[in-house]
Design a binder for this molecule. Structure first.
Ligand code: NAD
Length: 316
């Protein structure tokens, strides 16, 4: 990690953006915990903070350090990574009175890897710029398995110079790391990822109910479908658990409902019609409203069964 120290050219010409050694990691949940552990494994000095103390202890067991507050976690860090549920959580942790930006040293890097609104990502970048802290939005795809195996797909928005500094950190977390554009672009790409994934899950659900209604052996059907143009990562990773009616998350319905809210708002803002996406967003929202928010998003199958009057048959 021995990169040459570089001068940060924006608001604090005296501050040096040095290569990253110490990383503060805020948000040690389903995704954050294995990601922080992978950074420890890659040789970084990782200081973690999560609201609940138990999750901090897990990082210590993995070889990291625990901090009692955001302020203390970020004070000595070269980079701060946030992996929090939603836009208001990231705004509170980053912009709050005792938040990350108030305590980071100028020139240190802020990498938000949560899935949040693109406009919020842009406003975080502006707030960072005012304090001499380059900010990247770097949301991920690949789920818990991708986080554990350090094989995430990471889509990054922000300044090229900040991306270059962040690359060793991101390479320790993902297999596909792409700088997709300016601040907010990473979140825009992530929104399109969530649009595609939700739509494909919905169509796989419809196909499974359709096959069942016609009395076809669905396991055999899935095997042959996966080898043709209908094949997809969703079919490969989700069809078996959907057929087994195992909806343990994985990726929770409530998180995907949040993401489809981001997609529909951003599409409306840009004047883009997303008829299938909007319909899928409604079905995902209904699933949440019916009390299924903590199930895996593949539980969209339940909606199709319900709409088709086939709940009893498919559950038997
Ligand atoms: P999670 O709810 O498991 O983890 C979030 C963690 O943040 C929790 O441990 C929570 O205690 C902590 N937290 C919340 N507010 C905090 C605060 N103010 N200060 C400190 N800690 C706080 O969620 P997750 O599944 O890890 O997802 C995190 C982000 O990654 C979300 O934006 C999600 O949409 C995205 N994501 C998740 C997956 C997945 O498969 N789970 C995949 C890709 C992207």
């Amino acid at each position: 990690m021995g990169r040459t120290a570089r001068r940060h050219r924006r608001n604090d010409p005296g501050a040096c953006a040095v290569s990253v050694r110490t990383i503060a990691f805020i948000g040690l949940g389903v995704m954050g915990a294995p990601m922080a552990a992978n950074l420890v494994r890659a040789g970084f000095d990782v200081v973690g903070y999560n609201r609940s103390a138990g999750k901090r202890e897990a990082l210590v067991d993995a070889g990291g350090r625990a901090a009692p507050s955001v302020a203390e976690a970020v004070a000595g860090a070269d980079a701060v990574v946030t992996m929090l549920p939603d836009s208001p959580d990231v705004e509170a942790v980053v912009l709050g009175e005792d938040g990350a930006l108030a305590h980071m040293r100028p020139g240190a890097l802020l990498i938000d890897m949560s899935t949040i609104r693109p406009d919020v990502a842009r406003s975080l970048a502006e707030a960072g710029e005012a304090r001499g802290v380059p900010v990247l939005d770097a949301p991920v795809s690949g789920g818990e398995q991708g986080a554990v195996e350090a094989k995430l797909s990471i889509m990054v928005g922000g300044e090229p110079e900040a991306f270059a500094l962040a690359e060793p950190v991101l390479d320790a977390l993902g297999a596909t790391v792409v700088h997709v554009g300016a601040a907010g672009a990473g979140q825009t790409v992530k929104a399109s990822n969530q649009l595609i994934v939700a739509g494909v899950i919905e169509l796989v659900s419809e196909a499974l109910v359709f096959l069942d209604a016609h009395g076809v052996d669905r396991e055999r059907a899935v095997r042959v479908l996966a080898g043709g143009l209908a094949g997809s990562t969703v079919l490969d990773r989700k069809a078996a658990s959907m057929l087994a009616r195992d909806f343990a998350p994985g990726f929770r319905v409530d998180l995907h409902h949040k993401d489809l809210g981001i997609v529909t708002a951003a599409a409306r803002e840009a004047g883009v019609a997303i008829p299938l996406g909007a319909l899928t967003a409604t079905l995902m929202g209904a699933l949440s409203a019916q009390g299924h928010g903590s199930l895996d998003h593949s539980a969209l199958l339940l909606q199709v069964e319900k709409l088709s009057g086939r709940e009893a048959e498919a559950s038997a």
